[in-house]
Ligand binder design. Structure first.
Ligand code: ADP
Length: 217
């Protein structure tokens, strides 16, 4: 499924994105931002915390990936951005989109880290100097506990499909992960639905977040 377009949405260059990202967007053939992208990208680029609520297939991945990529300092080979996803499939998919949208960022290194795959390979990739780490909660904590993942330089964290992670029973893991991140950081929550449990974790771990909600078409 592709996000639906509205002709009154701004163009990608109007959202405050850097040239290498606009180039990748053009390469992918994205003509216009989807509604969640048009609404979420400008405040995210400006550094605000936010909660983006929009249905599956509406383009949420690029909505957080583009601001995240814009914030990286590629000269520093330490994790600066963390994306937490509910499943291995989603972590792989997000990592793939990071590589596509980051195709014109020289030396970009994004590493997926999920359960059910050998630790040693992930440890090697992490040691190679990842800028972005995308992973599932349990395996991320596993790496943290072993000291094979450092979060001290993380400046932006994305909780993707926060509602699903809570449904899957990852609340304690999410809390522990968020608790180990530097306070001086940007937090983006993306979710297809909003409920009390999602609201509670957002409240506890973000700073004056903007709420962006796209009505289902
Ligand atoms: P979500 O994360 O909301 O479930 P995705 O980010 O997976 O949705 O987006 C669904 C599909 O739409 C993907 O194949 C993605 O590459 C594509 N897509 C995203 N943004 C755009 C856009 N602005 N124009 C065209 N296609 C897009």
């Amino acid at each position: 499924t592709r996000p639906s377009f509205r002709m009154d949405t701004p163009s990608f260059p109007e959202l405050g994105l850097a040239q290498p990202l606009l180039q990748a967007i053009a390469d992918l053939g994205f003509e216009r931002p989807s509604p969640i992208q048009a609404l979420a990208i400008p405040p995210a680029v400006q550094g605000h915390d936010l909660v983006g609520i929009s249905e599956t297939g509406s383009g949420k991945t690029a909505a957080f990936t583009l601001p995240l990529l814009q914030k990286l300092d590629l000269a520093r080979h330490v994790p600066q951005a963390l994306v937490v996803c509910p499943t291995r499939e989603l972590a792989m998919q997000v990592c793939e989109e990071i590589h596509q949208l980051g195709a014109h960022l020289p030396g970009l290194h994004a590493v997926p880290v999920y359960g059910g795959a050998p630790m040693d390979r992930q440890i090697r990739h992490l040691r190679d100097g990842a800028h972005v780490v995308v992973g599932t909660p349990g395996r991320l904590l596993d790496h943290l506990d072993r000291g094979t993942l450092q979060l001290a330089a993380v400046r932006i964290v994305v909780l993707d499909e926060a509602d699903r992670m809570l449904d899957m029973g990852f609340r304690d893991e999410m809390e522990r992960l968020l608790g180990q991140l530097p306070d001086e950081r940007q937090t983006l929550f993306f979710s297809a639905t909003m409920n009390r449990e999602v609201a509670r974790i957002i409240e506890g771990h973000s700073h004056d977040p903007r709420r962006i909600e796209v009505e289902q078409a």
